[in-house]
Design a protein around this ligand. Structure first.
Ligand code: ADP
Ligand code: F6P
Length: 321
């Protein structure tokens, strides 16, 4: 393999830069040229391609976001658009493509091999942790820690004012981020799309909290399970003698300095993806399973359903007594 192309796609995630750095330096160390494609699949369509070398990725290991920039480019699902991208890949002499992104981007990456036989290595990077075949996506650990830092501050007000707080976190249509945040923040209730609760059930838990002597309660809601302000409003309406407030954490969860865990994961997966391409892998994801780095067939990644842990949901309940 003489030349690798690399792009970041979908929502940015802390650690994407670490992954870019690892890919570029691993490839450069093997004598392989690397080009960066800017703004995801759109950059391939528009031929927005720049050369990268070991020095171009200096000083980015600690920076959130992505130096290659990223975009949502739904038009890429169209075959005529993909054909243009394939031609541009050929013109640029790219022999292998590294895609860094979330669940949607894994489908885009898969298309390059399934439609055009371009060898593809995928690095899962998303704050949602919603990619099948890897225990964690790059950026997830940082996002959880960012949310926890915010919630720890909210707790001060919650206890001082004896309030109920509803905190909304991201995660798209999944509750992986919310569940992990709920466990680590010590939430009384977690609301996730995979296990919906009625407003009556939520109020039942909050009333039990008060009977148990709790002076404040924390509800963590995944954006896919409901809107914090509506839930807070309903509780206010139906529960007498309590003050309810809400906070939407929003995009602060996407940015920031990557944690140690995120940096290491990104570096390991970035290095692995280049090794895989060089060893002749055609369409795979570099992921993590326990302490082991794994290569997973991208076909399996895009066709499998990812499940939430029932045990973790029960853990939130067990800790909230
Ligand atoms: P993420 O990768 O963070 O989940 P998106 O779901 O927005 O973000 O996906 C990122 C990009 O991947 C999309 O804008 C589109 O260009 C591409 N993509 C998503 N789904 C598909 C698909 N089914 N086929 C081809 N490309 C896709
Ligand atoms: O996929 C990451 C994510 O932050 C989701 O948690 C959220 O639903 C979505 O992206 C927001 O997307 P956008 O940046 O396009 O508003």
């Amino acid at each position: 393999m003489k030349k690798i192309g690399i792009l970041t796609s979908g929502g940015d995630a802390p650690g994407m830069n670490c992954a870019i750095r690892a890919v570029v330096r691993t490839a450069s160390g093997m004598g392989i040229d690397v080009v960066g494609i800017r703004r995801g699949f759109l950059g391939l369509y528009e031929k927005d391609i720049v050369s990268l070398n070991a020095r171009s990725v200096s000083g980015i290991i600690n920076r959130g976001g992505t130096i290659l920039r990223t975009i949502r480019f739904p038009e890429f699902k169209q075959m005529d658009v993909q054909k243009v991208c394939f031609k541009n890949i050929q013109d640029a002499g790219i022999e292998g493509l590294v895609v860094i992104g979330g669940d949607g981007s894994s489908r885009g990456a898969h298309a390059f091999y399934s439609h055009f036989n371009v060898p593809v290595g995928f690095i899962p990077a998303s704050i949602d942790n919603d990619v099948y075949g890897t225990e964690q996506t790059v950026g997830f650990d940082t996002a959880v820690n960012t949310a926890l830092e915010a919630i720890d501050k909210i707790r001060d007000t919650a206890t001082s004012h004896e309030r109920i707080f509803v905190v909304e976190v991201m995660g798209r249509e999944h509750g992986f981020l919310a569940l992990e945040v709920a466990i680590a923040a010590g939430a009384e209730v977690v609301l996730i799309p995979e296990r919906p609760l009625t407003i009556q059930q939520i109020i039942g838990i909050l009333e039990t909290d008060r009977m148990r002597g709790k002076i404040s309660s924390l509800i963590v809601v995944a954006e896919g399970a409901g809107k914090a302000h509506l839930i807070a409003g309903e509780i206010n309406k139906r529960m007498a003698g309590v003050e309810v407030r809400y906070c939407v954490l929003g995009y602060i969860q996407r940015g920031g300095i990557p944690t140690y865990q995120t940096r290491c994961l990104a570096t390991i997966l970035g290095s692995e993806v280049v090794k895989g391409l060089v060893e002749g892998e055609k369409c795979f994801m570099a992921g993590i399973s326990g302490t082991k780095t794994v290569r997973v067939d991208l076909e399996k990644v895009v066709s499998s359903k990812i499940e939430i842990s029932e045990e973790k949901i029960k853990l939130v309940e067990a800790m909230a007594i």
